[in-house]
Design a protein around this ligand. Structure first.
Ligand SMILES: [Zn+2]
Length: 248
């Protein structure tokens, strides 16, 4: 970014960057994918699904494809991205690299830390940051996990099964290992799978028990803890990203 004399990532026109790097950007309806890159002899074509309603998500997908363009042009000919490849849990592959590229392009570390500083964690902060950085809500959640002020845990479910989860290093609570099992009955994620419930903005912060997602020690009492869950639901892919945190 500094190369172009731009200090704020939201001033970036991604179309111009894509074009300047030698790729073509097309927006059209895609079935079952959010973005795609096709490498030709001379140029690459990046296609973005025009059905993506949220501008920030569109920008994140474009930046992700740009990451493939910059880093993987000698490894792949054609590549499709869905919500599954745009999440961050699988480590050490090309998807992670493309996500990290997009994340750093749209949310430079020092700016992100400055924007989080001293602000109370919750769904409103996540949404504010998404509009501040013009990127997807989920990309903000992963970035906040890495750099935010308040420790949060993330749990990604797909088709009513927990696929991945992570908690900060040295977090004082242990998550139950629910990999490949249904989200707990009293979790907000489960409300989506069982009852198709998606909370409106005002209610998206839901109080849960510590024991919902974490091991409760024999000497602990659920009433002594204040845990919350905020779910980012993508019904078209049947995925839920649960953000779980404690208020002390
Ligand atoms: Zn990808």
């Amino acid at each position: 970014m500094n190369e172009c004399g731009i200090s704020d990532p939201t001033e970036i026109s991604l179309d111009l960057i894509v074009f300047g790097r030698g790729a073509t950007l097309v927006e059209k309806q895609l079935e079952n994918s959010e973005g795609r890159i096709v490498f030709g002899e001379k140029r690459a074509i990046i296609t973005i699904n025009s059905d993506i309603a949220y501008e920030g998500k569109k920008r994140f997908v474009i930046a992700h494809e740009l990451g493939h363009f910059e880093m993987h042009r000698h490894h792949i000919n054609i590549h499709h991205d869905t919500d599954a490849t745009l999440e961050y849990f699988k480590k050490g592959n090309q998807e992670t690299e493309a996500n990290e590229f997009a994340s750093e392009l749209l949310m430079p570390e020092n700016l992100f830390i400055a924007e989080c500083k001293g602000r109370k964690f919750g769904p409103d902060l996540i949404r504010d940051l998404a509009s501040r950085f013009k990127t997807s809500i989920t990309s903000i959640a992963y970035k906040y996990f890495e750099l935010g002020d308040h420790p949060i845990c993330l749990c990604y479910s797909y088709d009513n099964a927990v696929r991945y989860w992570k908690r900060p290093e040295n977090y004082p609570h242990f998550m139950k290992n629910l990999t490949n099992l249904a989200p707990p009955d009293d979790s907000v994620a489960s409300e989506f799978y069982q009852d198709k419930r998606i909370y409106r903005k005002e209610y998206s912060k839901q109080q849960i028990w510590k024991s919902t997602w974490f091991e409760l020690k024999s000497w602990e009492n659920d009433n002594d803890f204040k845990f919350y869950e905020y779910c980012i639901v993508t019904p078209t892919y049947n995925t839920v990203l649960s953000i779980i945190w404690e208020e002390i």
